[in-house]
Design a protein around this ligand. Sequence first.
Ligand code: PMP
Length: 333
Amino acid sequence: MRVHDSLIDMVGNTPLVRLKKITEALGPNAPTILAKIEYFNPGGSVKDRIALRMVEAAEKSGALKPGGTIVEPTSGNTGIGLAMIAQEKGYRCVFVCPDKVGPDKLSVLRAYGAEVVVCPTTVAPEHPESYYSVSDRLASEISGAWKPNQYENMNNPESHYHDTGPEIWEQTDGRLTHFVAGIGTGGTISGTGRYLKEASEGRVKIVGADPEGSVYSGGSGRPYLVEGVGEDIWPGTYDTSVCDDIIAVSDKESFLMTRRLAKEEALLVGGSCGLAVEAALRVAKDADPDDVIVVLLPDGGRGYLGKIFNDEWMADYGFLSAHTEESTAGDVL
Ligand code: PMP
């Protein structure tokens, strides 16, 4: 029988898929663009990789003991990865989320058996009810609690150095010339980028994709809508020496490209994927025909149906007008 004993065995080893229609506009001399599709991970995102490595390292060091509790301020993909792994390994999970997080995201975490504490977004970080204060308090009050802290935990970039980077190198027979990824904690680009630089003796160019306004592309952290990428702080997990270039992409460009990926490539993926592919296309415009650009797509699109894939939501923010080619208003005819 061909059986997996645990979902944990299925983290990583995600496929590389050639983008075809999206690159057509670049003409016959377009370089190859290959997408690393991270929604094939069992928890549905790239974050399963770091969740697994952070938990296993904490088990090894003794920071997380049998029957212990994982406490983390997260509402997104890291929470799902941690909850899935915690359930498989028998740990309790308590996640602290700000009240701006939508009910569907909280339901996903609860569905995996995690407990979710919701905190007001409107209070200052030092307020005792803030997202930060509550997660610190819970981590110190709950006996056997361990806080992964994905923004400072070096097992985050290490997971990409040991897995994502070697996978891409082997899948392309070392022929890739560029690696493009969005930057959130910076774990993906720092770990994968460092591995690919070492393996290629500096030949592979590492390009970060960042929402306009975020610190990585010189902004102050001005709010943007694309989720999972961009920062208003500099996390310890981001290696400032690894990127050769950083490309800033607007919300509108990110979301329109996300919709094109679903319609033209049958890739139903999240907004940070559109951001990364938009950056990859800009890299492709200046690349040689035999260059091979790998772009990492962090998660699937189901979590964004009410936003990016909703015409009204897009129109409310001015990302889609009733008369654009993108509008689907006439599709029912
Ligand atoms: N996109 C999404 C949807 C994410 O959840 C994350 C993780 N924050 C990223 C991109 C960025 O990855 P990293 O934290 O490794 O920089």
